[in-house]
Design a binder for this molecule. Structure first.
Ligand SMILES: Cc1ncc(COP(=O)(O)O)c(C=O)c1O
Length: 385
């Protein structure tokens, strides 16, 4: 049944429960078949009101900051898998107390904190706490530099020449993250690079975390290939394998519902002003950049059709996206629905220009809308002083 948008406030992120469950079912079937653990990366999807649903399928989550760790503890009830590029001295004990796995980005970070790990372990012998190191296999097929952690100058992970022949005592895991919205064939080539450079260390490790970027819920992704790759590496090195996707979990699970506030002609170009902002509500569209899909619209201008640019409600000149074509001219009050706006969108919103954050809601599996949260002046004010 199509969503009834009439009762949904605007702007509002609407997560569709059925679509989320569909993704989670697929991911669960992969982890069972491959004999690995697939956990949620909060950086891509942190809608904690949906964590009880996620928890029905996935049994862990990964954090890149103490705040994400706390969200995992509080709303999933799990100790976190933690990787932070550099740990803060004053947070470190709390990070340890809330994590089951903790990955260090460099050997100098490990050297700086390893004594504190040992002391913490001694006084908390019952807590599962395993340490790992992030490696840089110097192989990534991600063409956008912004998302490529293997380029020279990357601060993310240790290259092989910086590691000794034996894993440092106390390091049990190896972590790499070099994929971004990739398929299992990219993983295959990446694993070949990882094995070539780090194969000897894999034999010494207890676990291997293959990071995120495995877009297994995208149509056409070959999951049986992924299952083969994971099973092979797991058996070959006698390792526990962990995957930590973010995008794949919330991929195409909902939209951002917005409304036309005004329509104007700007020197021959038709422009609609919306009650949203690309800069504040969908920053990836400008940063990445990419053109988001609008439900029911032609994604590129069509000769002879009504064509319009989507404008944001901030005063930033570049806060616009376009152009799109429609079957009929837009009017004030029309809904503009941006598709696939759950992963890496909700987590990146800001109140730039004083705009309110979009509300957050759920379209339940029994086809009802549940408003979870709305934001106002307090959310804007709380970030400033
Ligand atoms: C270390 C790490 N793990 C996991 C992820 C999640 O990746 P994705 O959302 O592309 O699956 C990221 C994303 O940047 C990451 O940096």
């Amino acid at each position: 049944m199509p969503i009834d948008y009439s009762d949904i406030p605007s702007p509002c992120f609407v997560l569709e429960e059925e679509l989320l469950r569909k993704n989670l079912e697929l991911i669960d079937s992969v982890q069972k078949a491959a004999g690995c653990k697939i956990i949620l990366a909060l950086k891509g999807f942190s809608m904690y009101s949906a964590f009880p649903i996620v928890k029905e399928y996935l049994h862990g989550a990964t954090a890149s900051s103490l705040n994400e760790i706390r969200l995992i503890n509080d709303f999933m009830g799990y100790q976190a898998h933690t990787y932070i590029p550099a740990y803060l001295e004053n947070e470190f004990e709390e990070v340890l107390s809330r994590s089951s796995h903790i990955t260090f980005n460099t050997l100098s970070q490990w050297e700086r904190f390893k004594d504190r790990v040992a002391i913490y372990r001694k006084s908390n012998p019952l807590q599962e706490l395993s340490c790992g190191i992030r490696v840089n296999p110097q192989y990534s097929e991600v063409s956008t530099e912004m998302y490529n952690p293997c380029v020279p100058g990357s601060r993310l992970g240790v290259t092989r020449d910086k590691l000794p022949d034996l894993l440092p005592e106390g390091i049990e895991g190896i972590h790499f993250h070099t994929l971004c919205e990739n398929d299992s064939y990219t993983l295959e080539r990446t694993l070949a690079a990882v094995e070539e450079r780090f194969g000897d260390l894999l034999h010494q490790a207890r676990w291997l975390n293959m990071g995120g970027g495995h877009l297994m819920t995208r149509e056409g992704y070959d999951t049986s290939k992924l299952i083969d790759l994971v099973s092979t590496i797991r058996e070959k090195y006698n390792l526990e394998v962990i995957l930590e996707p973010g995008s794949a979990i919330a991929w195409r699970t909902g939209e951002l519902v917005t409304t036309v506030l005004d329509v104007m002609d700007s020197q021959g170009i038709e422009v609609a002003v919306l009650d949203t902002s690309f800069a504040a509500h969908m920053p990836d569209t400008l940063e990445m950049p990419y053109k988001p899909v609008i439900k029911g619209a032609y994604q590129e201008p069509v000769e002879g059709k009504y064509t319009c640019r989507m404008g944001g409600m901030t005063c930033l000149a570049g806060d616009f996206m376009g152009d799109y074509s429609f079957d009929k001219p837009l009017e004030v009050g029309d809904k503009i629905i941006f598709e696939d706006m759950i992963h890496y969108t909700m987590v990146k919103t800001t109140t730039f220009n004083g705009v309110n954050l979009p509300s957050i809601g759920l379209w339940t599996k029994d086809q009802k809308f549940r408003l979870i949260r709305s934001f106002g002046y307090e959310s804007f004010k709380d970030r400033l002083s």
